[in-house]
Every structure is written in C-alpha cells, then in structure tokens.
Design a protein around this ligand. Structure first.
Ligand code: SAH
Length: 447
C-alpha cells in the first residue's frame, strides 16, 4: 500500500474518533467520514506500519444511516465529526464505545444503558472559541482543517447557539472595519488570535473575549465600543496570550467594558461564571446529567458530600439542599471564588469551597475527622490519578459518583476502584455533545 493509491474498502466499524475502519491486506485503514456497512473507493493519504489513513473518492454502497451534511466545512474541520450519521445511530455509537472499552478491560459484566439523548441536537453549545486568521488577505473566523492549522472560513458553527454565531460574525465585521490585524502564527505577529463568546441560556447575556497577542492595540477602544452595542452583549474582555503556543487562552483577562461575568441557570439554581471558569457547555442537558448522579447517590439529610473537581460549584450546590454538608475543592482560584459567590447567590450556607488539589485536600479533611458519605468526581479528560483514588478511598465514602467526559479513562479508573471494593452494575452514557464523537457518562459506585 502506498500514498495516493486508490483502493476499494469495505467499512466494518467506526473508530472512537468517528473514522470509518476497514481492513486491507493486513493493514487497518481509517477513512474520514465513512460509515460502517459502506463500500467506498478511497485515496490513501498516509501509510504507517500497521495502519493507514484515507479519504473517500467515491461511495459505492451508501449506508442507510447516512444523512446529508449541509456544509462540507463541518466535516472537513472535525467541528461535527458525526453529523453525517442519523441521531439515533449517534446515540447507539456512543453506547457501543463504552461497551467496547469495558470488554477490552474484561469488565463486560457492567451493563451499559442506552445513551440519554440531548434536548437539543444542534445549536446547543453555550460557548464558542474560534480562531481568527488571515485567509487570502481577509480577516476570517472559522475552524482549523483536521490535523492542521489551515483556517476554513465559516459563519455557521452548527453546534453553537445561533445567537453566538450571529455575534461572532458581527464581531468579525467590526474587526474588519477597523482593519485590526489577525494573528499570524508563522511570524507570531498581528493582534487577535481567537474570539470567545459565552452565552447564558437563562437570560441571553453574552460575554465577548478577544484573545490577543498584546495587552492593547490602537483600535481597541473603538472596537470594544462597537461590540458593546451588539444585542445582549454584557461584557467585553481582552485575554492576553503573548506566547507561541497552541493553548488558546493566556492566564490574564482584562475587562474592557461591562461585566466580567455572566449568570446562567442549572435547574432552579443561578450560577455566576467567570471568563476562565469551567461550565458545562450544554446548558439544557446538564441538570439531567447531574440528576442521574444525584438520584443514584442515595443522599439523606445527614449525608456529608465532597464535590471534588468542583469548578464553579455546580454539582455541590445542586445537592446542598438535600444533605447536611458539602465540601468542594478546585484548582482554579477564580472558579472557587465563583462557587463561594454562587452559594451566597442561592442562599446556600452548608457548602464550603477551597482552592487546591483534591488529592491533597481530601486526606487533610479526613485527618481533621470529616466523615464522608458520597464523593462526586467530575475530572478532566485524563481522568483520576492513582493519588486521587488512594485519597478518595481513604476517606471511606459509601458511594462514589463519577461523571466522565472520556470513557477510556473512566473504564481504566473503574478497574482501579474495583480493587478497593467500589463496584457498579451499570453505566449511563449521556449525550452532551450531539454531532460529535464525544461521550459523557455517569456511574455511581458502591462500596
Ligand atoms: N464539577 C464542575 C467542573 C468539572 S470540570 C462542573 O460540572 O461544572 C473539571 C474541573 O476540575 C475543572 O474546573 C478543573 O479546573 C478542575 N481540576 C483539575 N484537576 C484538579 C485537581 N487535581 N483537583 C481539583 N480540581 C481539579
């Protein structure tokens, strides 16, 4: 097999990144945008020892589950890598991902429930982060072509709230009007690197963040003023990112106009959100995700609960009314400040939050005599660390409620927790990210 060769392939599977999988002369071939059951002609793009990458040149037999994607760009960029698959099949794909991983880990006795569908299948995202670059002499916003830094210009981001899309385009036009230079990655020059917009589903307020190479640029006052006049914009900020890096945000934010926070709701609680604080991006599905974890956690009026990885306090504050006490821990200081303010805002007095690492704080609380009933964990994609698991188990909770955004690390951690006697019968996948291959899941483990 060699580069540029055209081969006929039968697609037998879908990879966790939603690439069609085929086998050809002992080599596994990953085919962009191909679906199981399809027979395609494909051009080989890259060959390694045991696997290769290819793209479709012709679909010979089309899957009955394929749907037409309105814009090619969504697939080219990986913005919505599952958009070509019918929604009920997307849900099945996510359930199958978890089943496959459990099987590999010899944990097939754990049952995987059908994926809970999202209330909104498009336009569900409450946040957008889009690169700003020059394309053919014009400032554009869009998304990077898969595995590259070529900007594909775009105005309709499909999974993002349409009000955010409209505002992104309006801000782009303001940047064009004042001839603000887009960031140039190669020469590390220009001004605006990314646009970020966060929007409250509850009241429509939007926070606009210009991610910039410098702390200031000459057109900034005019640009900020015009942005502030756009409908529902409640704050304009500049995030300062001077580094040569792929990391989107720098660590400092400067408020140029309005408020530095927006307020959104989860269920009947209000949450203030700072620019860099984590907040689940699917506002309507989030309370349903939390409720699944809370219901199974078997909480009582006497329960003491730890909200590890607490962000702005969303989980802990959602359970506070049902329990005796909540302790939260989170590494981002601003997020902790948000969680304290959010406790006050909702009249909650039995939740305390501290800045620090969960694996350091939990043993400290235990040595101070805190008896924990339930630990809620909602870690980043890399999952739990062995130190965290040791510390969590040492506090002797009755249950551990695990919310995961990466089934691979979830399954790994379930194996580790089982060694300490924490077990589960079932996993509930929840679709937080329709049209993409991302899988979220809830598990409650009992000692
Ligand atoms: N529970 C919140 C936030 C989940 S995101 C919600 O559902 O909205 C995961 C959070 O864990 C992030 O806010 C991140 O800053 C935090 N975090 C990452 N590593 C951590 C650690 N070792 N200890 C405590 N918090 C951590």
């Amino acid at each position: 097999m060699e580069k540029n060769q055209i081969v006929q392939l039968e697609i037998t599977d879908l990879s966790y990144e939603a690439m069609g999988v085929a086998h050809y002369e002992g080599i596994t071939v990953f085919v962009n945008n191909a679906l199981p059951g399809e027979v395609v002609k494909a051009k080989i793009l890259k060959v390694k020892k045991k696997f290769a990458f290819a793209k479709i040149t012709e679909i010979i037999t089309e899957s009955p589950d394929r749907i037409k994607v309105k814009l090619n760009q969504w697939m080219q960029t990986g913005l919505a890598g599952l958009a070509h698959l019918k929604y009920d099949k997307q849900l099945e794909f996510k359930q199958q991902q978890v089943i496959g991983l459990l099987k590999k880990a010899h944990l097939e006795e754990i049952k995987v429930l059908p994926t809970l569908p999202s209330p909104e299948q498009t336009g569900y995202r409450n946040k957008a982060q889009v690169p700003v670059r020059n394309v053919n002499g014009k400032l554009e916003i869009g998304f990077f072509r898969r595995h590259s830094h070529d900007l594909v210009p775009m105005e309709d981001f499909f999974t993002t709230d349409p009000a955010i899309d409209r505002t992104l385009v309006a801000v782009r036009d303001i940047l064009r009007k004042y001839r603000v230079p887009a960031y140039d990655e190669v020469n590390h020059q220009g001004e605006v690197r990314y646009l970020e917009i966060r929007r409250s589903k509850a009241n429509g307020q939007m926070m606009v963040i210009l991610v910039c190479l410098h702390k200031d640029f000459k057109q900034l006052p005019k640009v900020a003023e015009e942005i502030s006049q756009l409908a529902n914009v409640s704050g304009v900020l500049l995030n300062y990112n001077p580094k040569k890096t792929n990391v989107i945000l720098g660590k400092d934010d400067y408020l140029i106009w309005g408020d530095a926070q927006i307020t959104d709701k989860i269920g009947d609680l209000e949450f203030k959100i700072s620019p860099q604080s984590f907040f689940q991006i699917n506002s309507l599905q989030t309370p349903r995700l939390y409720d699944l974890a809370i219901k199974q956690a078997g909480l009582t009026k006497d329960s003491v609960v730890i909200d590890a990885y607490s962000g702005i306090g969303t989980i802990g504050l959602s359970v506070a009314k049902h329990v005796k006490a909540v302790r939260g821990v989170e590494v981002v200081r601003d997020a902790v400040k948000d969680s304290e303010a959010n406790a006050k805002l909702n009249g909650i007095h039995n939740a305390k939050y501290v800045t620090g690492k969960a694996e350091v704080m939990m043993p400290r609380w235990a040595s101070e005599g805190l008896k924990t009933d339930v630990i809620f964990v909602d870690p980043p994609r890399k999952g739990l660390t062995p130190e965290f698991i040791k510390a969590a188990v040492a506090t002797k909770p009755r249950k551990i409620a695990y919310i995961s955004c990466n089934p691979a690390t979830l399954v790994r951690d379930l194996g580790l927790l089982a060694e300490y006697g924490y077990k589960t019968n079932e996993i509930q996948p929840v679709d937080m990210f329709p049209q993409t291959p991302h899988v979220e899941a809830v598990v409650v483990l009992t000692k």
